[in-house]
Design a protein around this ligand. Structure first.
Ligand code: 2P0
Length: 325
């Protein structure tokens, strides 16, 4: 009863920001992402009759506390689905997601865990079903089941049965690159889970954000089909700015940006003024991700590395969905 799965992280171009159900992890809006080949998690799950509780190793370290609880609670969901409530597992995950890159490893982490655990239990489920289960671990993780450009359909039902991700185009549709710009600034941030809840509960800008999503989605999906990079970039960048604007209206207000975050944003705009099509997006942290096309890789990398306060630039291509090893 053992299986190993590999899942990549993803970057949202239309952001998931806010839940309508905290417990089932049901979002307020559809979101759209690109799966990235440079950042992934490999997880082996072994269910053993002899175990009386789960054991979790991350990068070869035994994990306890909050991180362990999140894993074991998620395994409870899978156990109840498989009707194997007293069967515990040894989980060993290796994260190839540098924490400093500002990508939440929860997306690749929960996707790899869900895939490995369901396979180890020999559950015969579709990718759609796997995406739904994965969503219960972390919302953005449900998009990492698929490669390329992916949409998470929020669904309408109270039980979450219609809330899952679908692939729009596979990773060979279009070679779009993403540079993760790693900043030297470190500061304790508001977690995305807490940040989105506070925003939903208190920000007067939140309703406008949600209402603006359907149009952004219609436009960006067409632009992806057409491989219209300028349009994809413009919509993604504007969508990111709208998401971050909602946090300034929250009570208490907060922002994920640092001064270097803004320096990178300005430099990306300056590149565009010089004729290099590059666009930024930012998640629940200070780091910036920059979208560009392969022919501009050298210029974009060099420009980003020269910004004061930038520690590293890690580039990635469009990646695959779940694979089993
Ligand atoms: C996203 N983020 O669409 C957005 C944009 C952060 C900003 O999904 O509470 O770790 O586990 O469902 O998925 C980060 O939130 O939150 C996130 P939970 P998750 O990628």
């Amino acid at each position: 009863m053992k299986a190993t799965a590999k899942a990549h992280t993803n970057i949202a171009l239309i952001k998931y920001w806010g839940k309508r159900d905290e417990s089932l992890i049901l979002p307020m809006n559809n979101s759209l992402s690109l799966t990235l080949d440079g950042f992934y998690t490999t997880t082996t799950v072994t269910f053993k009759e002899k175990l009386s509780e789960d054991i979790f190793y991350l990068n070869d370290h035994l994990i306890t506390g909050e991180q362990y609880n999140r894993v074991t609670k998620f395994l409870d969901i899978i156990r109840s689905y498989a009707q194997r409530s007293n069967l515990y597992a040894e989980v060993s995950s290796i994260n190839h997601v540098p924490t400093a890159a500002g990508f939440a490893s929860s997306a690749s982490g929960f996707a790899a865990l869900a895939a490995a655990a369901t396979r180890a239990l020999n559950m015969q489920i579709s990718e759609q079903e796997l995406s739904k289960i994965t969503r219960r671990g972390s919302g953005s993780a449900c998009r990492s089941i698929y490669g390329g450009f992916v949409e998470w359909e929020q669904g309408m039902k109270d039980d979450g049965s219609d809330s899952y991700a679908v692939q729009l185009v596979s990773n060979d549709h279009w070679d779009v690159r993403v540079a993760a710009v790693v900043l030297s600034a470190t500061e304790k941030k508001v977690s995305s889970r807490e940040g989105m809840k506070r925003t939903v509960d208190t920000s007067p800008f939140y309703t406008s954000w949600v209402n603006s999503i359907p149009n952004d989605l219609t436009q960006i999906k067409q632009a992806i089909q057409d491989r219209d990079f300028e349009k994809v970039g413009q919509i993604a960048e504007a969508n990111c700015l709208k998401m971050h604007a909602t946090t300034l209206g929250a009570n208490p207000p907060f922002t994920y940006w640092h001064d270097t975050t803004m320096s990178v944003m300005q430099e990306v705009r300056a590149m565009r003024d010089r004729g290099v099509p590059a666009f930024f997006t930012i998640d629940a942290g200070p780091n910036v991700k920059v979208l560009y096309l392969p022919e501009h890789e050298t210029t974009v990398q060099k420009t980003l590395r020269e910004i004061h306060g930038v520690n590293d630039v890690i580039v990635s291509r469009s990646g695959q969905g779940i694979t089993y090893l």
